[in-house]
Design a protein. Structure first.
Length: 312
């Protein structure tokens, strides 16, 4: 069967390295922006998922509405107003997209660059459309508006490819609660987990990060970063958190909460206990504390929290 031509073109776009130097320069520029803690807000850590798809609804919606009004005969002041509102909203939407784009994989950034160019073209066309309308050249303004909507459609198609085929912005740890079986899973003896060092284990084919703290408490999180599946076991442990080595997302070891972006979703967390010198972990239910899950105090290397059996 012949391959779909559109998919072939998109795959070719992902593989084409000709724009990589431009991408590297732009990524460096975006990362260097003095945004401070506002960068996390632009990623959408407060929302629980990327904020960019929410922000783009305003320019797309207003420009689509303007196109509908432009289909009617005669001048339309409402269409010009909608074009202007869309232009005002395009800047914040572009900024949120840029900070997300700067933390993606190479193939994703290649598609993302063309996505951005299409949207920038749309902004230019709508800017020209507004200027023409204000100067009394409504017909030319409508033409530029329809051309701008075409560019927006192309940008939206590429954005959909990034979101749904390339999983940009998706939670890469979402499947963990659906894969790990209920109950306790033995992952090794206490001595196999050096204090303060991240250790990788596997439960039901799911990689798990295990960290034993100085006080003896043992924490376990899903090991693949929710941002882009980076290996947290190769990250840095400090101040009760682990930092992803790929894009710098920081997660709290005690409950997996995403303290710092670009990750917008927390890591699935496990409860732990020590049974006869062996560490066992159990996936924590959504919103449950260790006490609610029936584990009592956190497991420690000194035996606190030990149980006689291996059941729940």
């Amino acid at each position: 069967m012949r391959q779909n031509r559109m998919l072939w073109l998109l795959d070719a776009l992902e593989r084409d390295p000709s724009r990589d130097k431009v991408i590297d320069a732009l990524v460096g520029g975006v990362r260097a922006l003095p945004l401070g803690r506002a960068r996390d807000a632009l990623h959408g850590t407060w929302l629980g998922h990327p904020v960019h798809p929410l922000m783009v609804q305003v320019p797309i919606g207003t420009w689509m509405s303007a196109a509908v009004l432009d289909l009617r005969p005669g001048p339309s002041r409402g269409a010009g107003l909608l074009v202007g509102v869309g232009l005002l909203a395009a800047g914040p939407a572009a900024l949120t997209g840029a900070v997300d784009w700067a933390e993606l994989r190479r193939r994703q950034t290649r598609v993302g660059l063309v996505h951005a160019v299409a949207n920038a073209t749309a902004v230019g066309l709508y800017g020209a459309s507004l200027a023409l309308r204000l100067s009394g050249r409504a017909g030319a303004g409508r033409t530029c508006g329809f051309l701008g909507l075409t560019a927006v459609g192309l940008g939206g198609m590429l954005g959909g490819h990034m979101a749904y085929r390339q999983a940009s912005g998706a939670n890469h740890a979402e499947e963990v609660p659906h894969v790990v079986r209920e109950g306790w899973h033995r992952i090794g003896t206490v001595d196999e987990f050096p204090v303060g060092e991240p250790v990788r284990r596997t439960v039901d084919d799911v990689p798990v990060l295990v960290v034993r703290e100085i006080g003896g408490s043992i924490h376990a999180l899903a090991e693949r970063c929710s941002h882009l599946a980076g290996p947290l076991s190769e990250g840095t442990v400090a101040d009760g958190c682990v930092r992803c080595p790929w894009h710098g997302s920081v997660f709290r070891l005690s409950d997996g909460w995403n303290v710092r972006g670009p990750a917008t979703a927390p890591q699935p967390a496990f409860d732990s206990r020590v049974v006869a010198g062996h560490v066992e972990i159990s996936l924590r239910g959504e919103g449950q504390t260790a006490e609610e899950h029936g584990t009592g105090e956190p497991a420690t290397a000194t035996g606190r929290g030990e149980h006689d059996g291996h059941g729940d």
